[in-house]
Design a protein around this ligand. Sequence first.
Ligand SMILES: [Zn+2]
Length: 341
Amino acid sequence: MTMPALHVWRDPQPQEVAPRLRDFLDALPGPTHIQLSGRDGSRCRVAVTLLHGNEPSGLSAVHALLRQGIEPAVDIHLFIVNVQAARARPLFSHRMLPGERDLNRCFRAPFTDDSQGRLAHTLLSCWQALAPEALIDIHNTSGAGPSFGVVTAIESAHESLVSLFTHRVVMTDLVLGSVMDLNGRFCPVVTIECGGARSDESDHTALIGLTQYVSLERVLDLAPENDVIMDYFHHPLRLELVTGAAVDYGHEVLLVRGVTLSPDLEQLNFNAVAAGTRLGVVTGELAEVLQATTSEGDNRLLHFFCLEDDYLVTRVRMKFFMVTNNPEIARTDCLLYFVPA
Ligand SMILES: [Zn+2]
């Protein structure tokens, strides 16, 4: 397997960085590793962003930081990954290029011998060699909604890293082949979901968090002194389509086996959803359309959802997040995550 090279850009000066975000992106030759020298060169931190080309808040934060010419506390390594997908027109609309796999499902051995598998392998080797004190991966959610962090372990270091960006924490043990699965292999790893893409608030969340991550002397043991109470969501389940089932959003009910979801479903993000809430209409048997499998492989769908006159209805009070209204993401990833409230 030949490993792709990352483009390295060392200590870019503010005047070398295009003032407009799109010009900055266009000037990147491909997956890029930006190195910033810090006051304490004995330590380093890694931040990864744009694994998904339609999630630009992390990129916009990197761009703003470079334009400001910030002096990092420690050496900083910024990885801007899926440049090609991001700049495919229309700009920032492709999670990945057509025909490619989701890069954030490729971080597990054995690495597949395709361009995504090789890139994931290269990134992982590079991060391990850097031996950072922390790694954060910055995303946007595909639907509208507030920011949150995702962790696979609840330790003070993870809470501290998430608290740079947001006070909501989702704790999961679902292994998907994402960057977050690397947690504990060589350093604490957290994922930051800044909220929906193309939202000024999400861009602001990313910038505030990344600025602190880069400039604070310590980021792993921040005392919860500013009275920030972290809001935890434990072990969410994914509501997924059964293979071959269709999904659509709107008021025209599908004629084939599948689910037609309410077009404003994403408004349920992080809100309590009462038992008996109608989410859409199912064509066919519920269990042949949807599934909700735990990390142990149990399908818990019918514990949480049922059909009433073909309407998909919640059986218990829950909280939803990562609700998408994008049928492509619903098909290839999942419809939403949920936890019992
Ligand atoms: Zn993402």
